[in-house]
Design a protein around this ligand. Structure first.
Ligand SMILES: *[C@@H]1O[C@H](CO)[C@@H](O)[C@H](O)[C@H]1NC(C)=O
Ligand SMILES: *[C@@H]1O[C@H](CO)[C@@H](O)[C@H](O)[C@H]1NC(C)=O
Ligand SMILES: *[C@@H]1O[C@H](CO)[C@@H](O)[C@H](O)[C@H]1NC(C)=O
Ligand SMILES: *[C@@H]1O[C@H](CO)[C@@H](O)[C@H](O)[C@H]1NC(C)=O
Ligand SMILES: *[C@@H]1O[C@H](CO)[C@@H](O)[C@H](O)[C@H]1NC(C)=O
Ligand SMILES: *[C@@H]1O[C@H](CO)[C@@H](O)[C@H](O)[C@H]1NC(C)=O
Ligand SMILES: *[C@@H]1O[C@H](CO)[C@@H](O)[C@H](O)[C@H]1NC(C)=O
Ligand SMILES: *[C@@H]1O[C@H](CO)[C@@H](O)[C@H](O)[C@H]1NC(C)=O
Length: 657
């Protein structure tokens, strides 16, 4: 009885709200391009079971988009769920980068259509995704009065401006206009964070004004998340375990305008890796039980024609550069550069055992012969070990400082990612424990006159106390690394909501003992430009580097593509770069920022897409090593055809957790 009433209400909603066929649509005016009734998604009037996978364009080199999409389709998927990263599209307020190939998300969606895939769009503005600040641009923190994920004019205005520009790129790609975008998500798992329906309603209204296709919300499959995140007129869906989630959706969502077919919008195939000596990489390769459960869950969902699914992630890709996010769990926990935690399509785009298991499972539920053949995997390249030579200490490459009485944050300096060096010249004798503002944000390397005194790292539950003793004219140098902004915070978390305190660098005053230090030079170090290796005679000899080795040093080396690699496919040049003697730092190839490395693991090598390499001329590797004095062996690099994951003790704090 209730069921019939709900079905009627949903059907009514579908025809009144979403029936906006475009003049160019070949379907009859009465048939919306994409809609749903109580039990079934309907594409051009026919039942459509979404077999989806999450794959974010801005985590994949754009030259490889088609290859990854082809592979997703060949696993049996019919739909791609992409998150869109606002921070990449609008890196500074008012900028718009969609004309850069890596941010041309419309091209990605068109390519998906060419490969036979529909798209469920997840534009945010907040996307979480283990991405810096959950996809928010860092500059939001500088807009007066702006509070993210809240009913708040400055925030809604900035969100509307972003979504309007994005819709400008993607409007024509909706299924109502002959494209492949079926649905658009409102926010992301908002119910885990809050329950302000005025806020989520405002976002719904903004998106309704911009897109013609149905909207949906996606929340954890329990009562409070579903109640907090759902909003009238928007289909409510779940993520996580499908069985309990579907039951919860049908139990806790009672507004007929929020009901419809079931979708597990994020079915998790494992959890992302974080840096740390005690965080091992776990993989389905060593966990057959997990794979058995995946198969059971796929059978459960696809065996029920009224349910749909999206695998999170079908291909994780890479948090290149400084893209990774972090969590605050009474200490900072930081996601690794790799966003591949044993996804079916691995970080380098190769198919895995899990891929083939999932493909066979999906094949049971789709017409025979409808899944394309799997593209062949070309072997990855190995590059023999080559030397990295010191080229210049970081502290010799600094630009002009900004001078202030009290330290200011990274964002206040207009910098979003990387490092800042804060420098203070003592005017009176002072000694004691260094307090770098309200709390370390996030890893503070402490130097006096260019000699490292210790590391204050918020990744440790109990950061070490670093004690210094300054005489007048001594230089105190605090090199602060932004390890990635918090991307997720759930209500009920006993710790502070650091999603809303994204500022990096130093916040507050620096004290030693209890004395405040005034007078600071700030050097922004976004690492957008790298020093080049000297052409002629080296300006510094090895003794010079020896004297400066407790400060960070840039190393450089080159390699050429081994001559036996004759395939013209850029994927034949894919490799994993290892810097075996390195402690912690940032690695670049031909100027492309590969990401962070850290010997603690579990990640020990960085994905190098063949698309950034050159044949026929040397490829340049530049490494900023933060702790050269801890290095025991010669600095070298090598390319691995096959990567390994392992952990090491942390030389900066052997017993720190
Ligand atoms: C939804 O549409 C499908 C496909 O046309 C149909 O089989 C099903 O009965 C419909 N369900 C309801 C509740 O109308
Ligand atoms: C609204 O956002 C736009 C774009 O971010 C900005 O230029 C404008 O100043 C904002 N207006 C208000 C009233 O906040
Ligand atoms: C993976 O490893 C982490 C700890 O490193 C653990 O918390 C998690 O439960 C493991 N298993 C899965 C399936 O992610
Ligand atoms: C499919 O799922 C719906 C919603 O959970 C449920 O009512 C129905 O019984 C399921 N059908 C089958 C065949 O499992
Ligand atoms: C957080 O850590 C601090 C010490 O760093 C401790 O005093 C405090 O009790 C912890 N809070 C919780 C909620 O665990
Ligand atoms: C650091 O010093 C404070 C007192 O200044 C003390 O309470 C704390 O336990 C010390 N932390 C460590 C890790 O030694
Ligand atoms: C190239 O040579 C190396 C080293 O001899 C070998 O390991 C690799 O498999 C070869 N690659 C190809 C594509 O032949
Ligand atoms: C370097 O060598 C020293 C002495 O053998 C050892 O104590 C230390 O752990 C080594 N450091 C690293 C990072 O391997």
């Amino acid at each position: 009885m209730l069921f019939t009433k709900i079905a009627a209400a949903v059907a009514l909603l579908a025809t009144t709200t979403y029936a906006t066929p475009s003049p160019s649509s070949t379907a009859s005016a009465a048939t919306p391009a994409f809609t749903y009734n109580a039990t079934t998604f309907l594409l051009h009037g026919k039942p459509y079971q979404i077999i989806g996978g999450q794959m974010d364009p801005q985590r994949i080199p754009y030259q490889y988009w088609r290859d990854r999409l082809k592979r997703a389709r060949a696993m049996g998927l019919n739909t791609i769920f992409p998150y869109i990263f606002w921070d990449h599209l609008e890196p500074t307020q008012g900028a718009w980068t969609a004309d850069q190939p890596q941010n041309d998300v419309a091209a990605y969606i068109r390519t998906a259509q060419e490969e036979g895939l529909t798209v469920v769009l997840r534009p945010g503005p907040y996307i979480c995704g283990e991405h810096d600040f959950g996809g928010f641009p860092a500059w939001l923190s500088q807009v007066p009065g702006l509070v993210v994920r809240d009913y708040n004019q400055p925030y809604l205005n900035a969100s509307k401006s972003y979504l309007t520009k994005l819709a400008g790129e993607l409007k024509d790609l909706q299924v109502t206009n002959g494209g492949n975008i079926l649905m658009v998500q409102v926010e992301n798992e908002y119910g885990s964070f809050g329950e302000n329906h005025q806020y989520i309603g405002a976002l719904r209204d903004i998106l309704k004004g911009l897109f013609d296709v149905p909207l949906y919300t996606n929340d954890g499959g329990v009562d409070f998340t579903l109640e907090g995140g759902s909003i009238p007129g928007v289909l409510a869906e779940i993520d996580g375990d499908p069985s309990s989630g579907f039951n919860a959706r049908d139990m806790y969502i009672t507004d007929p305008s929020e009901l419809g077919p079931l979708l597990d919008g994020e079915y998790y195939t494992y959890a992302p890796d974080q840096w740390g000596s005690y965080n091992s990489h776990n993989s389905t390769e060593r966990d057959p039980q997990a794979v058995t459960q995946f198969v059971k869950d796929i059978d459960y969902v696809l065996g029920n024609k009224s349910a749909s699914i999206s695998f999170y992630m079908v291909h994780g890709g890479t948090n290149f550069g400084f893209d990774n996010g972090a969590l605050w769990q009474n200490r900072t926990t930081v996601f690794t550069t790799s966003y591949d935690y044993s996804a079916p399509i691995d970080e380098s785009g190769r198919t895995t055992n899990l891929y083939h298991t999932m493909r066979e499972t999906i094949a049971k539920y789709v017409p025979k012969g409808s899944i394309p053949d799997v593209p062949e995997d070309v072997p990855r390249m190995a590059v023999p070990e080559f030397q990295l030579k010191p080229i210049v200490p970081l502290f010799n490459t600094l630009g002009k400082p900004t001078t202030k009485a009290s330290p200011v944050t990274m964002e206040a300096l207009g910098e979003s990612y990387g490092f800042i060096l804060y420098e203070h010249t003592a005017t009176f004798p002072v000694s004691g424990v260094v307090h770098p503002g309200d709390r370390p944000r996030d890893r503070v390397l402490v130097y006096v006159n260019g000699v490292r005194k210790g590391v204050i790292d918020s990744q440790y539950q109990h950061p070490l106390n670093v004690t210094v003793s300054l005489k007048p004219r001594d230089k105190l140098q605090l090199l602060v690394e932004n390890l990635g902004r918090v991307d997720y915070y759930s209500r009920g978390n006993p710790y502070a909501d650091y999603l809303r305190q994204p500022e990096k660098g130093i916040v507050g005053d620096v004290t030693i003992g209890n004395k405040k230090l005034s007078g600071w030079d700030h050097y922004s170090i976004p690492l957008d430009d790298l020093p080049s290796a000297p052409q002629g005679p080296h300006p510094y000899d090895s003794e010079y580097f020896h004297q400066h080795q407790s400060t960070p040093i840039f190393y450089q080396g080159t390699f050429t593509i081994p001559s036996n690699i004759t395939s013209s496919d850029p994927a034949a040049l894919d490799t994993y770069l290892a810097v075996p003697a390195g402690i912690k730092g940032q690695a670049f190839v031909n100027g492309f920022n590969l990401g962070r490395y850290w010997l603690v693991g579990p990640q020990q090598s960085l994905y190098v897409p063949g698309t950034v390499l050159k044949r026929g001329s040397p490829n340049e590797v530049v490494v900023l090593e933060l702790e050269p004095d801890h290095i025991n062996a010669t600095m070298t690099a090598k390319g691995l055809g096959d990567r390994v994951w392992f952990n090491n003790p942390d030389p900066d704090c052997l017993r720190c957790v």
